[in-house]
Design a protein around this ligand. Structure first.
Ligand code: MD3
Ligand code: FE
Length: 204
């Protein structure tokens, strides 16, 4: 574990190649039951370049009316699939928070996809950290401070890397500038998957 500042823990190589392959197989199965959808920006209705799905009791969605967590898939209307045991294990090892995650947002990036600088503040429980796991192509991740104008730094997120954002880092601005093509053979076509494990409602 590398301490990159208050509330910021980086664990490069957290998942070995076999664990990455097993997790990717689970995600393919999840995406068969809860297909990737294209979220759209509130108000403008502009599509994201990242496609998404979720597992766990709640999932994050975005459409013209806003961002929210909801218990069902926006297109199939079915409940999100259960969170795989491997993800609960990762949360227990990395988050050190005494309640289980309620949502796992699964982001899929093709080679041209990006995610603008933003804060994650749709969760009602900001005391819990967000745990991120990366699979596939390397991403150029940008992380700043609590103000959009704060200095930012760039970190490469590679396949198997884990990151924990808690405490003072829970509301920092962050985004994905770009995907570096041909940096991993885990996912064909320079694809990347990022999983974020989150607590959404105040812990009981
Ligand atoms: C810092 N995802 O889903 S993971 C997101 O790679 C998101 O798909 C990016 O930003 C991705 O919201 C970045 C790193 C990350 C995730 C959540 C955070 C950093 C965070 C929440 C709070 C602070
Ligand atoms: Fe985010």
């Amino acid at each position: 574990r590398l301490d990159l500042g208050p509330g910021l823990t980086f664990v490069p190589g957290y998942l070995d190649r076999l664990a990455q392959e097993r997790l990717l197989a689970e995600i393919r199965d999840l995406a068969r039951r809860a297909p990737l959808f294209t979220p759209r920006m509130p108000r403008t209705d502009q599509p994201f370049s990242v496609r998404m799905t979720n597992c766990g009791p709640l999932g994050w969605v975005s459409d013209v009316s806003g961002y929210r967590y909801q218990p069902t898939h926006p297109q199939t209307g079915e409940p999100w699939p259960a969170m795989p045991e491997s993800l609960l294990d990762a949360w227990n090892e990395l988050a050190r928070f005494p309640h289980p995650p309620e949502a796992c947002l699964i982001n899929f990036y093709g080679p041209g996809a990006r995610m603008g600088l933003h804060q994650d503040k749709d969760e009602g429980e900001l005391a819990a950290p967000v745990v991120s796991l990366s699979l596939g192509a390397t991403a150029l991740f940008r992380i700043g401070g609590l103000s959009r104008r704060d200095r930012t730094r760039s970190i490469r997120l590679s396949s198997g890397d884990a990151f924990v954002f808690g405490g003072a880092a829970r509301l920092v601005f962050h985004g994905i500038d770009r995907i570096l093509p041909e940096t991993s053979d885990l996912i064909p076509g320079s694809g990347r998957v990022n999983l974020t494990l989150r607590r959404v409602t105040p812990a009981p």
